[in-house]
Design a protein around this ligand. Structure first.
Ligand code: NDP
Length: 298
């Protein structure tokens, strides 16, 4: 059976280091890392995410601010808020929770965030840095950054000679994941809905990352024996065995089958999910260190 890569444990380790580095920054420079989270509307899932990001920021010793705006807020009002946060020296990270209401152009809002405070890593400047291999100076999107730390725990930082297959090419997960793997010297293939014979491609992977959004799509016979399988997917499916109307979370990988073949695998829940929020804290810390003219410890 595969080794289980415990995202909760690794995330706790990352957050523990962020706390220590925050205390050091505050005592030596007086700079307190500040994270502003902006939420527009009342999407219940977004509210849960935003609340947990705020709690984690406080737990890390950050200055944490939440702006909750009415669903009818105009695009110009939102731009004005982001611009005021860009100018606020107490704020080092700005996160605008997606999705935004349909009348707001999310791309315009994201590109309004200062690249220096773009802790989600979605601004073109940060996308461009990652794409050109400037990984250390870029803000890297939190989910692939967290997945990368999990991969490092298994393989170390240099992935020379290893084949990686990323299934999914979104801007939030698939593409930045592929760029991170490439920067670590893996030989990378990106697969998507138009790719032929995914099972055969999957079997070439020493590192197989699934970021598709299709419950349990990646089967055991897609996995090369001994491979590392990173399951980014979070899907809610019916769970009649738990009672009528009940649901459960599963990934994009058929965990039971894949765990029989893989060398190491992330579970869902408790895998990549907890790493995402931990990396948001790490990115905010990195920004605050930069504002103080220092380099954050890794
Ligand atoms: P998107 O829907 O933006 O992208 C999905 C990708 O999967 C697309 O590139 C799509 O291909 C590809 N795809 C869809 N169907 C197939 C198929 N049958 N075969 C091969 N490829 C396919 O999703 P995200 O990248 O935003 O998210 C992916 C998953 O990760 C979701 O389950 C999401 O919930 C989860 N997620 C988890 C996070 C976490 O914190 N752990 C954070 C963000 C996402 P094409 O481009 O051709 O359409």
């Amino acid at each position: 059976m595969a080794e289980v890569i415990d995202g909760k444990l690794i995330a706790e380790d990352v957050v523990g280091k962020v706390k220590l580095a925050t205390a050091e920054l505050v005592s030596e420079t007086g700079v307190v890392p500040g994270l502003a989270v902006v939420i527009v509307g009342e999407d219940p899932a977004s509210q849960v995410y935003v609340a947990s990001k705020g709690r984690k920021a406080e737990d890390c010793g950050f200055h944490s601010v939440q702006h909750t705006l009415d669903a009818a807020t105009s695009e110009d009002e939102l731009v004005a808020l982001v611009e005021s946060l860009n100018a606020d020296p107490a704020i080092h990270g700005i996160l605008v929770q997606l999705p935004l209401p349909k009348h707001v152009d999310a791309a315009r809002i994201i590109q309004t965030i200062s690249p220096d405070k773009d802790v989600d890593g979605f601004h073109f400047i940060n996308v461009g840095k990652l794409g050109t291999g400037e990984v250390e100076t870029a803000f890297v999107p939190c989910t692939p950054a967290g997945a990368m730390i999990m991969i490092e725990r298994v393989h170390g930082r240099d992935l020379s000679g290893l084949n990686a297959v990323v299934v999914g090419r979104s801007n939030i997960v698939g593409k930045p994941m592929a760029n991170l793997l490439l920067a670590a010297n893996a030989t990378v293939t990106i697969a998507h809905s138009r790719t032929k014979d995914l099972p055969a491609l999957g079997r070439t992977a020493d590192i197989l990352v699934a970021a598709v959004g299709r419950p349990q799509m990646v089967k055991g016979d897609w996995v090369k024996p001994g491979a590392t399988v990173i399951d980014v997917g979070i899907n809610r499916i019916p769970a009649p065995e738990k009672g009528e109307g009940k649901t459960r979370l599963v990934g994009d990988v058929d965990y039971v089958e894949a765990a029989k073949v893989a060398g190491a695998i992330t579970p869902v829940p408790g895998g990549v999910g907890p790493m995402t929020i931990a990396m948001l804290m790490a990115n905010t810390l990195k920004s605050a260190y930069r504002a103080a003219g220092r380099v954050a410890p890794r």
